[in-house]
Structure formats: C-alpha cells, structure tokens
Design a protein around this ligand. Structure first.
Ligand code: FAD
Length: 383
C-alpha cells in the first residue's frame, strides 16, 4: 500500500511527535497531530542537539544547514566543583558540532515546518485510548469523539498512557536524581561558545549559552532520596538551589547567583519498552525509551525515531511490515544510548578517591574523550 493512501494520527505534539508527523507527511501521508495542551509551548530551557539529531533536522528541512538557527558549540569544558578548576576540554565530536536550542525555538521550527507541509495540528485534543482493529487504529479522545486511521503513533512522552497498551503497566520509577532548570539573561560573549560541565560528589551542573549568547541555560542535578511527587514541571526556590550547590565555585557560582526563576524535574524512568508496535499502533520518543539526560540524547533519539519511522514506510509495502522494521531498527540503538546515559549518572557524581582518580584520567584523556561516543554522534539515520 502506498503511503499516500494512509492516514496517520500522532498522539503528542512534542519534538518526537512533530518530527514524526513531518517525516510522514513529507512522504505523502495525511497526518493529524493530537496534542492535549491548548498551545504548543515548552518551558524556557535549552536542548543540546548533536550531529545525529541535526542530520534529521536538516533532512526534514526544519533547520537550514547553511544557517543553522541554534547556537553552535565548540565542545565542552569539564570543571571541578570546588574551585572551578578546568579538568579537561572535550572538543566537538568529529561527526560535527552540537547545537544549543531554546526548546521553544526548536518546537516552533518543527511546528511551522509541519504546518507548512500540511500536517493538521489539533490542540486541546487529549487521547484516552487507542484500539487496534484488523486494518485500522481507533483513537478515543477525552471529549468523547473517536477517530479511525490506518496507523497511530504515540509520542506522548515519558509517562505515556498509550505505552501500557503495548507493554502492560510499568509505573515510572524514581531514579533518585533531581534536575533544576533555569535560564538567565547573559551578556558575556565569547568567540567559541562551549558547554561547561561542573562535577561534584553526588551533583553536577551543566551550562551553555542560548540565542546568540543572550541567555545562559543551567541544569543542576543532585542525588536525592526525599522526593514524593512525580512532578514534571514544579516551580522551585532559587534560594534553595543556591543552598544545595553553595559549595560549587568558579564560573558556575556566578550563574547560580543570577537565577531568578527555576523549575524542578524529578527524574523518573521506565525501561526501554520491549514492544514498540502491534502492527497498527507504535510508540516513539520518550514514550518508547525515556532516558536520563546525562548524554543529552532524549530528543536526538526521538528525531532519529521519526526519520526511521518515515523511511520504513518507503521501504516496506504495508503498515504492519513498516512498523516492524521501525521497531527492529530502533530498539538496540535506543537501549545502548539509554545505558550510556545511565553510566554517566555514576561518572559525573563520583566521590572520594574515585573522583580524584577519574579527574586524573580525564585530564590526560579529555581531548580524546569525544571519540568514546563517536558511535552515538556518527550515526546518521538519513543516509
Ligand atoms: C533536564 C533535562 C535535560 C534534557 N536535555 C536534553 C538535551 O540536551 N538533548 C536532548 O536530546 N534531550 C534532552 N532531554 C530529553 C528531551 O527533553 C526528551 O527526550 C524529549 O523532549 C522527548 O520528546 P517527546 O516528543 O518524546 O516527548 P515530550 O516532549 O514529553 O512530548 C510529549 C507530548 O505529548 C503530549 N501528550 C501526553 N499525553 C497525551 C495525550 N494523552 N493526548 C495528547 N497529547 C498528549 C504532551 O502534552 C507533550 O506535548 C532532557 C531532558 C531533561 C529532563
């Protein structure tokens, strides 16, 4: 069956859902995005999109390779928390630079591209259930309406309510990691902007510039056991943030001092899903593979998923075989990247002698460190 004859519903208008909608619509499908929120917004925070994710944004025509709209990165500086001492400088990966985007900007680029391609984006459309029929997927919405399409893709995030339909109930588990996120106005310009990773026992801070260096994005992560709520977007107290990272000095101290408004993410995870599709319904992005943010790959993986999903419909002759090919191509890659991010949770937060030993290794090996993750960044799903 030709893709032009197929109607798709994408559940969720985040980065994964919009990219998937675009990848399918550009191939000739008729795509509707159902997003529960009443507007497409993202909180003020940054996203690092590495070469593997940028390849998809270029191939989808979302970002022009000649005039990349994000902030180009020249690598990462690793610092020690106590005095801000530089432990190492990790150059940009050989696959190409990472770009720093304001989330709202990337979402807006994706939604404009999707709309221009003809995707129908419906806001305030909350999906409550999806049922598989022999040749269709039936989608139920909270307003009582139903819609039948040839294929439904759930890109409804880390707490996906559609994923259990394929995988049974798996409650997200608290990882004992809390991420504080903020952006602050910034005026220092440097010729070669870089991210900074400041590491301390049980905590780390990542900061990088956004929007032509007019803003600094901050993610401060701490290990904590005393969390009871599964909040995704809780407002935090900047004073509390400063207290918890009071012993972090060096440049990061100045950034922490400037925080006026901060949000807290308690990091909950489910494992990478065993089953990604049932022949009519598939999951994509965080719904399929929620990850800790310590490789900055969650959105990049969602972009890769989107491209591979679209391509699977080029290469296969029916919905069932296309979804099976999509799952087969993506599963191991997602598992490996998610495991790498989990390992970094340990590496960033080392204590005592292990920390000192790791710093010595980083000082020597830092410039070559990016190569360790070449397999992540070199992967270009579009070729
Ligand atoms: C602290 C932190 C830092 C990060 N930094 C990076 C980074 O630098 N680089 C990177 O690549 N990744 C990063 N990530 C990960 C990245 O944010 C996610 O992987 C990515 O946003 C997932 O996109 P998604 O489209 O799968 O899901 P989401 O962005 O969660 O979107 C899901 C959408 O589905 C909608 N929805 C949910 N349920 C329903 C329903 N029932 N009906 C209709 N709509 C529904 C939601 O409203 C939402 O719009 C970070 C994550 C965190 C927590």
């Amino acid at each position: 069956m030709k893709i032009e004859a197929l109607e798709f519903c994408i559940i969720g208008g985040g980065i994964g859902g919009l990219a998937a909608a675009l990848a399918l619509q550009k191939r000739g499908a008729q795509v509707t995005v159902l997003e529960q929120a009443h507007e497409l917004t993202e909180m003020g925070a940054g996203l690092q999109i590495s070469a593997n994710g940028m390849a998809v944004l270029h191939a989808l025509g979302v970002v022009d390779p000649e005039t990349d709209q994000g902030q180009k990165s020249h690598g990462t500086v690793l610092r020690d928390y106590r005095n801000g001492r530089i432990i190492s400088r990790v150059p940009a990966p050989s696959a190409g630079p990472t770009f720093y985007f304001h989330r709202a900007d990337l979402l807006s680029l994706l939604s404009s591209a999707a709309k221009n391609a003809g995707v129908d984006i419906r806001l305030g459309a909350r999906v409550t259930n999806v049922r598989k029929h022999p040749n269709e997927a039936e989608i139920s919405l909270s307003d009582g309406t139903r819609k039948r399409v040839e294929c439904a893709i759930a890109a409804d995030g880390g707490r996906s309510e559609i994923r259990p339909i394929l995988n049974g109930t798996e409650a997200p588990v608290f990882t004992h990691q809390i991420a504080w996120r903020a952006t602050i106005p910034w005026s220092d310009r440097c010729e070669k902007p870089m991210a900074t990773l400041t590491m301390g026992p049980g905590r780390h801070v990542v900061n990088y510039p956004l929007r032509n260096q007019s803003m600094m994005n901050l993610v401060a992560v701490e290990e904590r056991s005393d969390w009871r709520e599964e909040g995704w977007r809780l407002r935090g107290d900047p004073g509390d943030l400063r207290k918890r990272f009071a012993d972090f000095s060096g440049p990061v101290g100045e950034i922490l001092a400037g925080v006026q408004d901060v949000h807290l993410w308690a990091l909950f995870l489910r494992p990478v899903a065993q089953k990604w599709q049932n022949g009519r319904v598939a999951i994509l992005g965080d719904a399929a593979h929620p990850t800790l943010p310590f490789m900055a790959q969650g959105a990049c993986l969602a972009l890769e998923d989107a491209w591979v999903l679209g391509r699977s419909f080029d290469e296969q002759s029916g919905v069932k075989s296309a979804l099976a090919a999509y799952e087969a191509t993506r599963l191991n890659r997602a598992r490996k990247v998610v495991a790498a991010a989990r390992a970094n949770a340990r590496n960033f937060h080392l204590k005592g002698p292990a920390r000192i030993a790791a710093q010595s290794i980083l000082t020597i090996a830092g410039p070559h460190l990016a190569r360790r993750y070449d397999w992540i960044y070199d992967y270009d799903p579009t070729v």
